[in-house]
Design a protein. Structure first.
Lengths: 456, 179
């Protein structure tokens, strides 16, 4: 680490310039003299956020009806409702069919994964985090592995990086296909659900070929990936890349150009850029509001600076933009995968560092040391230098971040995942304000929350 | 790691003074570099709103993440800035400046006896759920939060699961009796 080289007394002028001073050079040294008025003013629909506990809600709902004085109705939607994407629950205050205020209630899938992570070694970690965003499991593994590698200060081989990129983009496609399916179903285009799942299944079949599992792969691990790509992977990828474009054109015919579909989505659950930023939105929800922000381009990780792709940005910030962005991101991902096919380097698929990587299977049969080494790595785990890091990747839902603190032991002292679904859910009351319940369903669908990631 | 203040033998839980860390001043509070070369501010709780306000005025318009760490069992915590006294809880907030493509992080020390921090929600409304999560998991109270309630655990849950003294394992009764 660079800053440890600097002498402790960095105040003296003749010592080399302290990196912390360099880093601070572009920032003002004084705190604000007057308090910034904050960003609440950017949220015109702040009043639509319901601040009511479940107990208060239950009490209010138990009140006897009071004829003409009852202007609004409190209603509960979910947690098991076909259009709430798993177990999202909404408390709604309605005037007729119009939503006045609302509050998403989450936590029904909370399984304490961050606590679990503190009791698993770094090698076991990916099996845990992969279950968070179960529609895009490889991104969870990726961000966990990147954070661990940053603490370890190791660099994975080039081939591992490119395999990770290939798998990420494939996963982005499968996740967005799932969105196409559920979004269609939520809006009554039920056949779309079958089509979306049909295509997604093909991508999952590729995952099964490579990782052995359709979901929750535990494929991307600290130090590289679990196994090299299998023989014939290029054919499988090519098959997908040939199969998808005509199917996406089918989607265009079925949905994009359809007047019913456009009527249903355009102008619904709108949000402008200021609101999206103030509410910490990321991913397609932020981009739909016209903010060209994609971590793959703006803070390139893996080898995204070596491939060409466009960041798809919306204009109106409505549900249609979010749909169109995801549809076109599938196309951009295919474009990236074409380039990955051309550029996939040869080499090792995991780092050669014996501290992190278990010995090859063949060595275990002939060498006692290799067996012991293998045993130690899988029981005790490897030690990670102490430190704290925050790593972020662009998952299909937005910025997926991992804040990791190590105390020098074989298990993370603290592992926090910033789930984009969780934070994007904050926009729901704003999007749903003064709309119909049926449009509220559009809002939920267009945020594309995965409850496993919301609740962790 | 080279800047470790202690050696292998120090596992008795003895808290040693961390080694001096190169520190600069930004936004009126100490700034250091983290393991991943990220700029980290170390404001006090009293300074926090003023510093956050200055960050916002400087173009860090998005609050990316708010979380916390319970350093109850870890005397070897990542280095703090000079002159910042370690406390049991640490609230960690990350901010993003889209125009300059920069990030900045803040680590605020929160004592066990009085676990309160001013809420960011008036400056950054997006911190709402994140602060609720920190309250839920660590019991750190955010003063001025519009809805200081639990978010992931049931409303009547006792304890804060991500605290280090909150045991893992089976708990006999999880929900109050339904009536």
């Amino acid at each position: 680490m660079a800053i440890t080289d600097a002498p402790p007394s960095s105040d003296t002028g003749d010592t080399p310039v302290d990196p912390a001073v360099l880093a601070a050079a572009s920032l003002p040294s004084d705190a604000a003299t007057e308090i910034h008025e904050g960003q609440l003013g950017l949220l015109p629909r702040l009043g639509s956020v319901m601040r009511m506990s479940e107990v208060q809600m239950a009490e209010a709902s138990d009140q006897p009806l009071d004829g003409e004085n009852d202007q609004t109705m409190l209603m509960n939607m979910g947690p098991s409702h076909p259009s709430t994407h798993g177990v999202l629950r909404l408390m709604l205050e309605l005037d007729g069919e119009t939503v006045i205020r609302s509050k998403p209630v989450v936590g029904y899938l909370h399984t304490g994964m961050e606590k679990t992570a503190e009791n698993l070694t770094y090698l076991q970690g990916p099996t845990n985090v992969t279950r968070m965003d179960y529609a895009a499991p490889l991104f969870n593994e990726l961000v966990f592995s990147l954070a661990t590698e940053k603490l370890l200060d190791i660099e994975v081989p080039e081939r591992a990086t490119w395999i990770r990129m290939l798998m990420s983009e494939m996963n982005r496609i499968s996740s967005h296909l799932l969105f196409m399916a559920t979004n269609g179903m939520d809006l009554g285009a039920v056949s779309m659900m079958i089509y979306g799942w049909r295509e997604r299944e093909q991508v999952l079949r590729f995952f099964e070929e490579v990782t052995g599992l359709r979901m929750n792969h535990n494929y991307i691990r600290p130090g590289g990936v679990a196994a090299d790509l299998p023989d014939g992977w290029r054919d499988s990828v090519m098959h997908l890349l040939d199969m998808l474009p005509p199917r996406l054109e089918e989607y265009d015919i079925l949905m994009t150009g359809q007047p019913i579909w456009r009527e249903r989505l355009q102008g619904v659950s709108q949000m402008n850029a200021d609101e999206a930023i103030a509410l910490s939105c990321t991913g397609p929800v932020l981009r739909s509001a016209g903010v060209p922000w994609d971590l793959r381009r703006d803070e390139p990780y893996l080898a995204y600076d070596e491939v060409e792709f466009d960041v798809v940005v919306g204009t109106y910030g409505d549900a249609f933009d979010r749909y169109a962005i995801r549809l076109n991101e599938i196309r951009e991902s295919m474009r990236i995968i074409h380039q990955i096919l051309d550029k996939m380097p040869k080499g090792d698929y995991r780092v050669g560092d014996a501290k992190v990587t278990p010995p090859p299977r063949a060595r275990i049969d002939e060498s006692m040391e290799a067996l012991i080494h293998h045993f130690k790595i899988f029981t005790e785990g490897f030690k990670v230098p102490e430190g704290e890091v925050y790593v972020a990747v662009e998952s299909p839902r937005g910025e997926l971040g991992c804040y990791m603190v190590s105390d020098g032991g074989p298990k993370p002292y603290r592992m926090h995942i910033r789930g984009p679904s969780f934070i994007n859910l904050q926009t729901l009351p704003h999007m749903m304000a003064d709309g119909l319940i049926a449009d509220g369903v559009v809002s939920i669908s267009s945020v594309d929350p995965i409850m496993g990631e919301v609740d962790r | 790691m080279a800047d470790s203040p202690e050696n292998e033998g120090a596992e008795e839980g003895a808290v040693e003074e961390p080694a001096a860390v190169p520190t600069a001043i930004a936004y009126g509070c100490p700034l250091t570099l983290s393991t991943d070369d990220q700029r980290v501010l170390h404001p006090s709780r009293e300074q926090w709103l003023l510093v956050a306000s200055a960050i916002l005025a400087d173009g860090f318009r998005m609050c990316i993440d708010v979380t916390a760490v319970d350093y109850l069992t870890n005397p070897r915590r990542p280095a703090l800035a000079d002159g910042v006294a370690p406390e049991r809880f640490e609230v960690v907030a990350s901010f993003m400046n889209h125009a300059r493509r920069e990030r900045i992080r803040a680590r605020i020390q929160v004592p066990e006896g009085d676990p309160t921090v001013p809420s960011l929600t008036t400056l950054y409304p997006g911190a709402d759920y994140l602060e609720r999560e920190v309250y839920d998991m660590f019991g750190v109270v955010f003063e001025g939060h519009p809805d200081p309630s639990r978010i992931l655990m049931p409303e009547n849950w006792e304890g804060h699961p991500l605290r280090k003294d909150y045991a893992t394992g089976a708990i006999p009764v999880q929900f109050k009796e339904t009536n």
